[in-house]
Design a protein around this ligand. Structure first.
Ligand code: CP
Length: 325
């Protein structure tokens, strides 16, 4: 267990050692147990978390705000559109000034080619931990909650197979931060990761290389596939969601045309039956129901999406308690 995490940024799990992430899991389980028992756990009394959003959110905002309150602190919500950022506040001002007012700076900025750099620059200027509530490259808190969920449902992840697949959704070109963070972390936990997508939906090459290296180091595997059904066959975890074709085109109309070629990539009961009989279905939400996944699967007995969403609260509280104390 690594006990000195005070002041650390969480921009990607890749920058934390496996032992440090094991510590997060341990604390997250403990905090979940404490909440179930009604035991107080105000480890961050009087601390304030800034929550700066450049993009909409349901789960991330609600779970961070509830989490910091349950830890005895306060969450300060800032919509970027209601700040002076468009009138000149730079990342230096955001990092420096909000870092002086509060004890943690959480940011969601998913703009392609902009978000990750924004977080990096804010972190350079900030004296307090910067927590990544999702950028275009990473969604670390989603994936910590996912790891916690897999451990709860499937036990030791080592040797288990997870299918990280693209799925059809027409709503918009969604960020690829979830599949990227999944392949980075699950390979470090010795899982056999199948990354499945049509050819136009490649992830960022440096992330795939890092995941391959993680698999080599931690006795996992990363298999790249382009057949949805072959990817699901016999798997232990079906994690299928949509993301955009931004590595092929950043033009939204062309992206939408490419997405529309693959309307049959839906996780339905027939496909779910191809997985292991005890397989679980995961999705970070929001899902495009009956487009990306059928009601029968997402509301069915193999779906763990609500436990997965709940674990956002516990995993985030663990990182806040460890870094902001
Ligand atoms: N999964 C997730 O990040 O949900 P929100 O976009 O609602 O925060």
């Amino acid at each position: 267990m690594q006990t000195y995490l005070r002041g650390r940024d969480m921009i990607t799990t890749q920058e934390w050692t496996k032992e440090e992430i094991d510590t997060v899991m341990d604390v997250a389980m403990e905090l979940k147990r404490n909440r179930a028992l009604g035991l107080p756990h105000a480890y961050l009394r009087d601390k304030v978390l800034t929550m700066l959003f450049f993009f909409s959110s349901t789960r991330t905002r609600a779970s961070f705000e509830a989490g910091i309150a349950q830890l005895g602190g306060h969450g300060m919500f800032l919509a970027s559109s209601a700040t002076q950022i468009s009138h000149g506040d730079t990342t230096k001002e955001i990092g420096e000034i909000l870092g002086r007012y509060t004890d943690g700076l959480a940011i969601r900025h998913c703009d392609w080619g902009v978000g990750t750099q924004y977080l990096r620059w804010a972190a350079e200027a900030s004296r307090v931990p910067v927590l990544n509530m999702q950028c275009e490259t990473y969604h670390p808190f989603q994936i910590l909650a996912d790891l916690q969920t897999i451990m709860e449902k499937k036990g030791d992840p080592r040797g288990k197979t997870i299918t990280v697949s693209w799925a059809y959704a027409a709503s918009y070109q969604k960020p690829m931060s979830v599949p990227q963070s999944l392949i980075l972390l699950m390979t470090r936990y010795g899982m056999n990761v199948r990354l499945v997508h049509p050819p136009e939906f490649k992830l960022m090459p440096h992330i795939v290389e890092q995941a391959q290296e993680n698999a080599r180091k931690h006795h996992g595997s990363l298999e790249l596939m382009d057949d949805f059904e072959a990817g699901i066959k016999g798997t232990d975890v079906v994690y299928a969601k949509s993301w955009g074709a931004m590595n092929t085109t950043t033009d939204d109309e062309e992206g939408a045309r490419i997405i529309d070629k693959y309307k049959d990539w839906i996780t339905d009961e027939r496909r779910m039956a191809m997985a292991d009989r005890d397989a679980i279905y995961m999705h970070p939400l929001p899902a495009d129901r009956n487009v990306e996944v059928s009601d029968g699967v997402i509301d069915g007995p193999q779906s763990v999406v609500f436990d997965q969403a709940e674990n956002r609260l516990h995993a985030q509280k663990a990182v806040m308690a460890l870094t902001m104390n």
